[in-house]
Design a protein around this ligand. Structure first.
Ligand code: HEC
Length: 111
């Protein structure tokens, strides 16, 4: 019984950490993949409302991918957006962008 309680507690702790980790992961992906072209992530995130980000990031970031693939100026990112691994990253990115959207109520931390 005691191990069961400990297991449940552990699952709860890990679960809530993972939720925060998702935003962090998204931020890291942004830093690695988008910052060179778009600058500060929280500024970009704050340029749209939560609904707009959700729409852009719908269906594994389909619209975001389209915007880049149809822009010659973004050609340096084509390989990145065409890569299948982007689908996996899209969800984390969405968490991050929505978390810092202009109507999220979150004040960006200095970074
Ligand atoms: C190689 C440079 C480059 C990279 C890397 C890049 N982008 Fe872009 N992005 C662009 C360009 C150029 C445009 C403008 C496309 C146009 O309108 O012609 C754009 C457009 C956008 C837009 C639409 C802007 C608007 O106002 O609607 C969003 C959102 C965006 N990018 C987010 C991202 C995210 C998130 C990443 C990382 C996963 C990323 N970009 C990576 C170059 C880049």
């Amino acid at each position: 019984m005691r191990t069961l309680n400990a297991t449940v507690a552990l699952i709860l702790i890990v679960g809530s950490t993972l939720l925060n980790a998702a935003t962090y992961k998204g931020q890291k992906i942004y830093m690695d993949s988008c910052k060179t072209c778009h600058g500060g992530g929280q500024e970009l995130a704050g340029s749209k409302k939560q609904r707009a980000w959700k729409k852009l990031m719908d269906n594994k970031g389909e619209k975001l991918v389209d915007i880049h693939l149809s822009s010659k100026k973004a050609s340096a990112s084509w390989e990145y957006f065409k890569d299948r691994s982007f689908a996996k990253k899209a969800k984390h990115l969405e968490d991050f962008l929505v978390e810092y959207a202009s109507d999220s109520g979150n004040v960006p931390a200095c970074n």
